[in-house]
Each structure stands twice: as structure tokens, then as C-alpha cells.
Write a protein that binds this ligand. Structure first.
Ligand code: NAD
Ligand code: DAU
Length: 338
């Protein structure tokens, strides 16, 4: 079988590529990525030279390119990780979120419609459900929750989900959607909370905490997300949405303090800064459907995943220091002569 994995040079897509190429040597894995600021070929270096893997640089919203790629490769499966993924960037520049997250998804769906596909899988997010109040710990998002996005990022992801379901109903495209909670682990871009805290704490730099740090996220170790997507793509029912999460809720302040303690750094590094506009209060997933139907369950809890993650950042300083210093941009320029 031939797979196109979009956004495979990013955080979750990169982890997925490692998992898939090594777990399924009999399948062909094509990583398609535009290599935006968030895409990093260094993440994919361990896969270079594997006979069942190759990389193609391109934009999912470039219709001509996508159609010619589908014509050439005739993929059996498409797994769409590619996205603008950072909420703060969507507050300052929503436009590119519409182009990549909405137009890019529609372009991929149109290509599937034209060339045929066994399964199109959309990697979505818990953020499409909006947020839950902090004083109702009994509430969780189920697949039946209303779509109720708060930020331009989540509005673009919610729009993409609506198109995926519309293409399923109108054109009969076989699709699935997964909506996952916050991920963490290796190759996480250091603009996001957990890698930002680790990388800044190691340099004894101030840790910016938005508002009062009470907002809650439900954290899942990235390889658990990858295993869940694999299960959905192979065994999930077409036309269905699956929530993914592991009941690991923590306030932002708890996350920051846990990392500081693990690194032996003082809490005085914490600096409370201006809150994110429209900041979602709490995300909490109910993963009962994927547990029941596909027998998926996470291997890591927050308490076991965080030390593994910190260890990875300690052992792979070069990876994130290149990003922070901008060196990886130079690598791309040399690699692609752009
Ligand atoms: P990321 O920002 O680390 O990676 C995104 C990747 O997409 C990058 O490699 C980038 O170069 C590529 N890309 C961006 N625009 C593109 C385009 N137009 N064409 C082709 N490639 C393009 O993101 P991530 O955190 O790995 O998230 C991956 C997916 O998972 C996203 O769809 C995101 O919405 C979703 N998601 C993320 C989380 C999380 O906690 N990070 C949780 C749930 C769902
Ligand atoms: O829930 C899934 C989502 O998780 C994904 O869909 C997004 O792509 C992903 O970026 C993530 O979104 P968040 O906004 O939850 O992640 P982020 O790491 O940006 O922030 C986590 C929390 O930490 C959030 O409440 C904001 C806060 N924060 C973040 C940063 C970067 C801070 O307090 N300080 C910071 O410097």
C-alpha cells in the first residue's frame, strides 16, 4: 500500500513517519511537506535511505502540484497532518491558517475525489469543541459535542473537519477524523509550552506563563497519538470521528513547575505575562469511543511521559538549539538551493 503523509516534517507528523516507516516496511511512505518554519528535515534524518520512504517538498494548497503528485503516485491512503498549528500565530496572522488548514484540506479532498482513495484521514484537534469551564471537572468532550471554535486556528481546523464530512456525504469519499488533546514528546517545536519551558529553563531564561497559569490542558505523549491514528486508519469506520486523549489534565502552572523541579531549576524563573486573547480555559477529552471500538489505550501517563521527554531534550540539544539559532533554515537553503 502507498501512503502520502502530509506535514511529516513537523512534530506529530515526524513522529508518525518514524513509527510508520519502521513498523510497516512493506508499505511505501511518502512524506509531503512544505517545510514552513515548523517543518524540519533534521527530524526525518534517521529515515533517509530507507527503501520504503521518500520525501517530497510541496504545498497542500497548491492544486496543480497536488494533482500531479496524485497522478504520479496514485496513493491508497492520505493522512493529513499538514497545518499551521500555533494558536498565538493565528491571532497575529489568521490568513495563512485559512489557506493551509482549509484550502489545503479541500485541495487534498478534491485530489482524492479525482484519483480515488481507500481512506483519507484528517488529523484534527480537541480545540474544535471550544473549551470547558474550570469549575466543571465532571465535563468532557465527546464526539457528539457541538463544534464551537474560539481562535482563528481552531476555526480553521473546524472548517476543515466540516469539509471532510461534507465530501464523505456528498461524494462518498471514505474518510475518518481524529481529534486529539495536547501532545508532547520528541521533536516538538520550541514555541509550544512544554519544549519552550524545557529549552528556556535549561538556559536559565524566564518562563512566560499566560494570565494566572490556571488554564488546563489534557496532555498525551506523542507516540500514543501516532498509535491511535494508525488504529483508526486501519480499523476505524469510514465517516466517523474519534476523540483521542488519556485523562492527563494539568494546569499550565503545574506543567511548568513539574518541569522546573525535574530540571532542578527555581520557580523564580516563572514570569506571568499578558494572557492570550480568547484563551481557552480547559480541554478534556472523553476517549471512550476509540477505547471501546478500536481497543486503543495510551502507554504513557503524564508522569511517565514527562521524564522521557526531558531526557530526549537533554540528549538532543543540537536539534532544538539549531532551531532556536535559526541554523536549520540555512540547512534547508543548502538542501533545496532556495
Ligand atoms: P507542526 O506545526 O509541528 O507541523 C506542521 C507541519 O506541516 C510542518 O512540517 C509544516 O512544514 C507542514 N506544513 C505547514 N503548512 C503546509 C502546507 N501548506 N503544505 C504542506 N505542509 C505544510 O504541527 P503539529 O503540532 O505536528 O500538528 C500536526 C497536526 O496535528 C496539525 O494538523 C494539528 O492541528 C494537529 N494537532 C496537533 C496537536 C498538538 O498538540 N501539537 C494536538 C492535536 C492535533
Ligand atoms: O489541544 C490541541 C492543541 O494543542 C493543538 O491543536 C495545537 O496545534 C497545539 O499548538 C496545542 O495548542 P495550545 O494552545 O493548547 O498549546 P500551547 O503549547 O501553545 O499552549 C499550551 C498552554 O500553555 C495554553 O494554555 C497557553 C499556555 N502558554 C503557552 C505558551 C507558548 C503559556 O502560558 N505560555 C507560553 O509561552
Amino acid at each position: 500500500m502507498k501512503y502520502i503523509v502530509t506535514g511529516g516534517a513537523g512534530f506529530i507528523g515526524g513522529n508518525y513517519m518514524h513509527f510508520a516507516v519502521n513498523t510497516y516496511p512493506e508499505d511505501q511512505w511518502i512524506c509531503l511537506d512544505k517545510l514552513t518554519y515548523a517543518g524540519n528535515l533534521e527530524t526525518l534524518k534517521p529515515l533517509e535511505g530507507k527503501p520504503n520512504y521518500h520525501f517530497v517538498r510541496g504545498d497542500i494548497a497548491d492544486r496543480e502540484f497536488i494533482f500531479s503528485l496524485f497522478e504520479k503516485e496514485k496513493p491508497d491512503f492520505v493522512i493529513n497532518f499538514a497545518a499551521e498549528s500555533h494558536v498565538d500565530r493565528s491571532v497575529t496572522d489568521p490568513d495563512i491558517f485559512v489557506r493551509t488548514n482549509v484550502m489545503g484540506t479541500v485541495t487534498l479532498l478534491d485530489a482524492c475525489r479525482s484519483f480515488g482513495i481507500r481512506r483519507y484521514h484528517q488529523v484534527s484537534t480537541d480545540e474544535v469543541y471550544g473549551d470547558l469551564p474550570l469549575d466543571r471537572p465532571d465535563l468532557f468532550f465527546t464526539e457528539e459535542n457541538q463544534i464551537k471554535a474560539s481562535s482563528p486556528y481552531s476555526a480553521s481546523k473546524a472548517s476543515a473537519d466540516l469539509f471532510v464530512m461534507a465530501y464523505h456525504r456528498t461524494f462518498g469519499i471514505p474518510v475518518t477524523i481524529s481529534r486529539c488533546s495536547n501532545n508532547y514528546g520528541p521533536y516538538h517545536f520550541p514555541e509550544k509550552l512544554i519544549p519552550l519551558v524545557i529549552s528556556r529553563a535549561l538556559k536559565e531564561e524566564k518562563i512566560p506563563v499566560y494570565g494566572n497559569g490556571a488554564n488546563v490542558r489534557d496532555w498525551l505523549y506523542v507516540t500514543d497519538h501516532c498509535r491511535a491514528i494508525d488504529r483508526i486508519v486501519r480499523e476505524g469506520r469510514s465517516g466517523e470521528v474519534y476523540n483521542i486523549g488519556g485523562h492527563n489534565e494539568r494546569s499550565n502552572l503545574e506543567v511548568v513547575k513539574t518541569i522546573l523541579h525535574a530540571l532542578g531549576k527555581p520557580e523564580s524563573l516563572i514570569e506571568y505575562v499578558k494572557d492570550r486573547p480568547g484563551h481557552d480555559q480547559r480541554y478534556a477529552m472523553d476517549p471512550a469511543k476509540i477505547e471501546r471500538e478500536l481497543h486503543w489505550e495510551p502507554e504513557y501517563s503524564f508522569d511517565t511521559g514527562i521524564p522521557v521527554t526531558i531526557d530526549w531534550y537533554l540528549k538532543n540539544r543540537e536539534w532544538w538549539e539549531h532551531i532556536i539559532s535559526g541554523e536549520y533554515q540555512k540547512y534547508f537553503e543548502e538542501q533545496y538551493k532556495i
